[in-house]
Write a protein that binds this ligand. Structure first.
Ligand code: PEP
Length: 256
């Protein structure tokens, strides 16, 4: 990783934990982070919607941030079951995951709806974490670079440089999410460097150099150090390993 960029470790809790478990996990993390005075990584927790405000109250006045796992692609109105960015703002969310592969696969989210969500999040001052990644079939047929380029072009490259620089990119190969399969360091570095090259071509070298690009997909406290030491990997979006305070804390400490 490069020292000029923000180091970020984000925990995606998905649809796990009771409120009490979520609060205990947060309390444990708060205690551990307070003991780590020299750690300069930025930590984000992405709990289910219904716990965001509880977690926000717990992490207020700490270095931890809280975000949402999704948002509506409309600003308000008759959209039963949806949650808008203004609502997220009002309960304390400062970031939102957009285009997670589980949303793309199970809820048919398109790059275009991701683009709408990114616009709305930015209007509310909420940081979009735009998730991109190829499936196993796409990698096996050597389509991974085309897929990533398309997801960037259609989902986020409509932004001007100033707005783009407020966003975080998370590269998450779909075949590595929740499977125990991790991209090899070579595969991760190759794709992160490719993403940074596309950002340079679309915007400029400074914008690309300042953009935090996270790796996600079975990242854990055993492999985080190696992944985070790669020149174009600026941290991780962590699923399963973010549900236990000790393993998540070890990942937070994995930057060299
Ligand atoms: C994720 O869901 O963003 C993720 C990376 O999950 P896991 O770490 O469990 O593979």
């Amino acid at each position: 990783m490069n020292d000029s960029r923000k180091k970020i470790v984000a925990g995606n809790w998905k649809m796990n934990l009771s409120l009490q478990e979520a609060q205990s996990l947060t309390a444990e993390l708060l205690g551990m982070i307070q003991d780590e005075k020299n750690n300069d990584s930025h930590v984000y927790l992405f709990p289910p919607f219904v716990y965001i405000n509880n977690i926000y109250r717990q992490i207020q006045n700490s270095t931890i941030n809280v975000g949402a796992q999704n948002c509506a692609d409309q600003i308000s109105g008759a959209y039963t079951g949806e949650t808008s960015v203004t609502m997220l703002n009002s309960v304390g969310a400062s970031a939102v995951l957009i285009g997670h592969s589980e949303r793309r696969t199970y809820y048919h989210e398109s790059n275009q709806s991701c683009a709408n969500k990114i616009n709305l999040a930015l209007q509310q001052g909420i940081i979009p974490f735009y998730c991109i990644g190829e499936t196993l079939n796409e990698r096996n047929s050597n389509q991974q670079f085309n897929i990533i380029e398309k997801q960037l072009m259609e989902g986020i490259f409509h932004l001007g440089a100033e707005e783009f620089s407020k966003c975080v990119i998370a590269y998450e190969p779909v075949w590595a999410i929740g499977t125990g399969l991790t991209a090899s360091p070579d595969q991760a570095q190759e794709m992160h460097a490719f993403i940074r090259k596309l950002i340079t071509e679309k915007y400029d070298a400074t914008t690309a150099n300042n953009c935090s690009i996270l790796y996600g997909g079975s990242c854990n406290d055993q492999n985080a150090k190696e992944l985070f030491s790669l020149p174009d990997v600026d941290g991780g979006l962590i699923g399963g390993a973010s549900l236990k305070s000790r393993s998540f804390m070890n990942i937070i400490k994995a930057f060299q």
